[in-house]
Design a protein around this ligand. Structure first.
Ligand code: NAD
Length: 365
């Protein structure tokens, strides 16, 4: 049996609860497809700060870079909100993404037909939605310098910098164009080119790159309009490519199409490295209660199989298990709407169903 190592960073809040389910499913599925998965776990975020006085240790970063494949839960919580910027749990996340060089964040927004009733939007608007948001992850305003807080005659002010270079824009756009070729052949680039210099650079760079992809239909949309269009008519989108902050906000808005933030997985890739994590945060309001929806973490594990382990069949098996669970009417609290034929379940019940599904369903010869 082939041996593969991954690093798991459970993080804070519901992070450990949802990653535990994802790891169990991942190990079970991988073994069925001839891969023995060995998992090294490290504290990360607030949990790491409590132990080591820093949200991520050098040892953890080194191990992640060496192993190249990382499954992450979520970080943060009110306990650590007042720490200095470089000690906050989120700093660990930004550092890890930067050090791994995972510049393209892929966020699939898939509406499962059986969950159409769980969204706050009308079923006829969202049914059939299948969007892939490709978000630039290691540049833009979350990393730009200068960045500081100061004071102007007693009036405090703060500065952040939004900077994009052509090479940064084109490498992430290339991912979007390539993946569009495997889907419906459409890329919508989202920016704020009517106001921002960095967005005008973004748009020009995307247009230049598009010459290499005459088979892909490119459109542009301003981010404010895009926010509205995602809610008005989400089916118009196939692949969307956008900058770090715009992608952060648009993907949270798009998450509501699926019914819950707890449904959205993500893959961050760059070179041979892959970082897989749910889009949601640490949900401190429900942490420790055993009610978190682990499906975003489990679906992130499917993306890990697809993009890093190159086990497409294993990825599909995990996705089938999720689909089957939802078709059976099992819903964690975030999705539960008292719809007839549905049943409220907790995290453990989801885990048991998924493991049972992957153990008992047939593996292709
Ligand atoms: P959040 O995503 O943690 O929670 C928002 C709401 O969605 C909450 O009501 C929560 O209970 C619910 N929710 C989220 N995931 C769920 C799941 N899997 N199952 C059921 N319900 C779920 O966002 P927030 O409340 O704005 O942030 C909480 C903390 O998480 C903050 O410290 C924030 O900085 C951090 N955060 C971390 C990440 C990350 O690690 N990638 C992302 C976003 C927020």
């Amino acid at each position: 049996m082939k041996k593969t190592k991954i690093v798991v960073l459970p993080g804070d809040g519901i992070g450990p609860e949802v990653t535990a389910v994802a790891v169990d499913v991942l190990k079970t599925v991988c073994s069925q497809f001839g891969t023995e998965l060995s998992v090294k776990e490290f504290p990360f975020g607030g949990t790491c700060y409590e132990q080591y006085g820093t949200p991520v240790t050098e040892e953890t970063l080194e191990e992640c870079k060496k192993t190249k494949v990382v499954l992450l839960g979520a970080v943060g919580g009110p306990k650590w909100d007042d720490l200095n910027a470089d000690q906050r749990p989120e700093a660990a996340l930004l550092k890890l993404r930067k050090e791994l060089g995972v510049y393209a964040n892929l966020r699939p927004i898939t509406v499962y037909p059986v969950l159409a009733g769980s969204s706050t939007l009308k079923p006829e608007v969202i049914k059939g939605t299948d969007i892939l948001i490709v978000r630039e992850l290691t540049g833009g305003i979350y990393f730009g310098r200068p960045r500081f807080t100061s004071d102007d005659n007693g009036d405090p002010f703060a500065v952040d910098t939004m900077k994009y270079s052509r090479s940064e824009v084109q490498r992430v756009s290339k991912v979007a164009f390539e993946v569009a070729r495997l889907r419906n052949g459409k890329v919508c680039s989202v920016d704020k080119a009517n106001v921002l210099e960095s967005s005008r650079m973004w748009r020009k760079s995307v247009v230049e790159l598009a010459e290499d992809y005459p088979d892909v239909e490119l459109s542009h949309m301003l981010v404010d309009n895009c926010t509205m269009q995602i809610i008005r008519d989400p089916k118009q989108f196939d692949v969307m490519v956008t900058g770090n902050m715009f992608g952060d906000i648009l993907s949270d808005a798009a998450s509501m199409l699926t019914g819950s933030l707890g449904m959205l997985p993500s893959a961050s890739i760059g070179g041979d490295n892959g970082l897989y994590e749910p889009v949601h945060g640490s949900a401190p309001d429900i942490a420790g209660q055993g009610v978190a929806n682990p499906l975003a973490a489990v679906a992130s594990a499917a993306l890990l199989c697809r993009y890093s382990l190159k086990l497409e069949e294993a990825a599909k098996k995990i996705e089938e298990a999720i689909q089957s669970l939802l078709s059976e009417g099992m819903r964690t609290a975030d999705l539960y709407t008292h719809e007839p034929g549905t049943k409220l379940v907790n995290t453990d019940e989801v885990a048991d169903y998924l493991i049972n599904f992957v153990q008992t369903s047939k593996v292709p010869a």
